[in-house]
Design a protein around this ligand. Sequence first.
Ligand SMILES: *Cc1c(COP(=O)(O)O)cnc(C)c1O
Length: 370
Amino acid sequence: MHVPYNYLPQEFADVEEIFKNWKILINSSEFTLGPFIEKWEKTFAKFVGAKYCVSTNNGTDALILSLKALGVGQGDEVITVTNTFYATVGAIVAVGATAVLVDSDDRFQINIDTIEDFITSKTKAIIPVHWAGASPNMLKIKEISVKYGLKIVEDACMGIGGMIQKQHPGTFGELGAFSMHPLKSLNALGDGGMVVTDDEKLFRWMLKYRNHGMIDRNHIEFWGENFRLQPLQAVVAQVGLKKLNNTIKKRNENAYRFDENLNLLKQFIKIPTRNKENLETFSLYMGLFKDRDNLMKFLISNNIDVKVHYPIPLHKQEAAKYNCIFNSEKLKNSEYQANHLLTLPVHQFLSTEQIDYTINKIYQFYGKSY
Ligand SMILES: *Cc1c(COP(=O)(O)O)cnc(C)c1O
């Protein structure tokens, strides 16, 4: 049996509705911004329960645009977590600021108990990451931000379709950034991103900055960039969003089947605890596994496409010598996790047989019967 990690051929097996709408788009020649983009932005804002949405090229640009909108730049510090994708820190560095790296907790989320230790007079913002499609305690992070007068940009790139109690990830801070890259819960055919906010001033500023700072064809108000989402991708997102609830439901069913069975092998495996009041997207299904490297080889030799997100925490990257502040002694949990974590295929097109086959092989590796 093969348990594939890649689900995109199935996700895009039926492209009829996309093609139908692309035809309308192509006939309209609305290739830069325009009605397809506006429709998607309205749809997405409504979907997450935010007032405004500005779409972007990708999630990285969404983070950069957010930081720029808040005026974060040279001399400023931004606190984030060391176990995230490169883009979180890359965005901080791209705007000229310094990233301050905090450890993860046992749920792979930013350790909120240590955030305050890293706040200085230069700290301007916090970027909490909704890592793997789960969430840190956003209410606590908000409390900290209010206490110290900091802004919050949420990296909700993996969080589309999740829920924190009754609120969507990305709607707790001043700004929330999202991605539609093929590894996330909602997929464009390639890249796509969004920023959401309830702040009209930030919204108006981002609309302009995303489009060269233009007010109209012949006037710019300030120097901006081109962060525009392709209307072709907006159409794909519009169609894909209809399937999202079902995708997340299926991923949760798969994840809970893993949880139930892998939690029985506590001497070998540590699965993060789940907050029952939240809905995770399971963009990634991760656990900590004893003898990870050999287990990984064993599973791959059995045709199960497991991955590691990621084997090297950001503070251990060559790039971390520049524009980053951290104390390795205080990042031990992330280092431990990087050496023990494994990401299992959990996507919506896996059958119960494929999930059970994966569980069975993990049991077999540890000499247990399933
Ligand atoms: C994917 C991802 C990004 C970057 O998004 P892109 O659309 O690939 O630019 C940023 N942060 C996190 C946590 C991500 O998972």
